[in-house]
Design a protein around this ligand. Structure first.
Ligand code: NAD
Length: 490
């Protein structure tokens, strides 16, 4: 493949695509087949510096642009994604191997929704003011003016690439910031397409830049160590988040961290069995278990344990692994061979710890064209406890451990016995129990009788190893702006 003839995925800096350099590049494979589909230009420190400098220069124009024009531009970009919808779907599938129905209904559809939702949130935002009354009748007016944070580094993972990217880029741009985006090396495609869409929508050069590459010693580290970055919004693993935090600490930059999870579902004996099984099938296996919100621990009240286990096994076996473009396919591959090795490592650990494999546990044979892909079987275990590593550590695959409990207090204690704190689901038909248990969860998001049902105005994030801060609605506005409080003596 050469710069002239091959399918290149390019960096986007200061409003243009950068001519790729064969000597600084890597191959991108299709996880469904293992075949190379493109070559990606890896940004070096010089190119990252150019991107940050371009973002800094764009700030003046963009932050001075009226809010109604900034939000109108985001809406135009949403319309343009819809016009090129199938191109975005194809790029997401090429990078991840995910089923076409999911790419259409979740990934790309949510990207459009993100752009529109944050245009609405920022357009409607007001400002805080307080009338201060002092002894002796003196008064003062306090009001806070919110200003853009500045140049924001946006670092995102590979599992829901465009969804997670637009979740950050939309509010950042709506608030008047300029961004330098570093997608995962596994999923460079849609961030690059978004560059063209934002430019076509009229975004000034330099306000959105894309630098491709890896983390340490590559574009990710060049970006987080750059002194011109005013804040970092990061979604990824807890270990990388901790590393990024250490990196930016000497310059005391704000961070927003959406990190890993080891999420619990709690199934009570009064839950509607069919509804619960449908919900659990989604929460354990959606996106091949590669959603930070996915359930990997299922606590089930003992009286219904066998029914839930049998029902979930039946549904896991009904999942259809296969070609992403086949309409019947429900489940794609893992993102890479390396990630499959990690997931298989947990399969071994679980079995060594005495897990009973109810279904799955291996590598499926799907036929010649797919056997080079990073496929894995949907897997369910019983026989493990909270002491086992497979129940404590994030696996990020289509797998869950089913563990019985007797009382509500025990279920709450088991679910909260984790270093993570991202999400949980409670399944019950007792309204009061639903509220009570959901509120007792030590997590950022607790669902009752549903999973991954999102209102983009509500706060999203986690506690403990699952992150720092919240994004969504007003929480995004707070992260992507800095207030200056003005106090006027009246
Ligand atoms: P990762 O931490 O390996 O990588 C995330 C991003 O950080 C990538 O773009 C990567 O290149 C970059 N990076 C890695 N090292 C870096 C460094 N030293 N400096 C700067 N950047 C660096 O995570 P991943 O494997 O891509 O994604 C899976 C993880 O993401 C899981 O733990 C999952 O739970 C988490 N996740 C969390 C959420 C959430 O909202 N909480 C959402 C999706 C995924």
């Amino acid at each position: 493949m050469t710069a002239a003839t091959g399918r290149w995925i390019r960096n986007f800096v200061d409003g243009r695509f950068v001519e790729p350099d064969e000597n600084h590049s890597f191959e991108k494979t299709d996880p469904a087949t293992g075949l190379v589909h493109s070559r990606v230009h890896e940004a070096d420190a010089v190119l990252v510096d150019r991107a940050v400098t371009a973002a800094r220069s764009a700030l003046g124009t963009w932050s001075d642009t009226a809010v109604r024009e900034r939000t109108a531009l985001l809406r135009r970009a949403a319309d343009l994604i819809e016009e090129r919808f199938e191109e975005f779907v194809a790029a997401e599938i090429a990078d991840t191997g995910k089923p076409v129905t999911q790419a259409r209904e979740l990934d790309v559809a949510r990207a459009v929704a993100n752009l529109r939702a944050f245009a609405d949130v920022v357009a409607a935002a007001g400002q805080e003011s307080f009338l201060t009354e002092l002894p002796g009748g003196r008064r003062a007016l306090n009001y806070a003016v919110r200003k853009p944070l500045g140049v924001v580094a946006v670092i995102v993972p590979w599992n829901l690439p465009l969804l997670l990217l637009t979740w950050k880029v939309a509010p950042a741009l709506a608030c008047g910031n300029a961004v330098v985006v570093k997608p995962s090396d596994q999923t460079p495609g849609t961030a690059t397409l978004l560059a063209q869409v934002l430019a076509d929508a009229g975004l000034p050069a330099g306000a959105y830049n894309v630098v491709h590459g890896f983390g340490g010693g590559s574009a990710g580290e060049h970006l987080t160590t750059h002194p011109g970055v005013d804040g970092v919004t990061f979604t990824g693993s807890s270990a990388t988040g901790a590393h990024v935090m250490r990196t930016v600490a000497p310059r005391v930059r704000p961070v927003s961290f959406e990190l890993g999870g080891k999420n619990a579902a709690l199934v009570f004996e009064d839950a509607d069995l069919e509804e619960t099984l449908t919900g659990l099938t989604r929460s354990v296996f959606a996106n091949t278990g590669q959603v930070c919100l996915c359930t990997e621990r299922v606590y089930v009240q003992r009286s219904v344990f066998a029914d839930v286990a049998d029902g979930l096994v039946e549904r896991a076996r009904a999942l259809r692994l296969g070609r992403p473009l086949a309409r019947a396919t429900t489940t794609g591959p893992l993102i890479s061979q390396a990630h499959r090795e990690k997931v298989r490592g947990y399969f071994e650990l679980a079995e060594q710890a005495g897990a009973k494999v109810l279904t799955g546990g291996g590598i499926p044979q799907l036929g010649a064209e797919l056997d080079g892909g990073s496929w894995i079987e949907p897997t369910l275990w019983t026989g493990l406890t909270n002491a086992d590593r497979a129940v404590r550590e994030e696996i990020f695959g289509p797998v869950a451990a089913l563990i019985p409990f007797d009382t509500e207090d025990e279920a709450i204690a088991l679910a909260n016995d984790t270093d993570y704190g991202l999400a949980s689901c409670v399944w019950t038909s007792d309204l009061r129990r639903g509220h009570r248990v959901a509120q007792a969860m030590n997590v950022g998001m607790a669902w009752v009788n549903t999973w991954f049902l999102r209102d983009l105005r509500s706060p999203f994030g986690g506690v403990g190893l699952s992150g720092i801060g919240r994004e969504g609605g007003a929480s995004s506005l707070h992260f992507y702006t800095e207030p200056t409080n003005v106090c006027v003596s009246l």
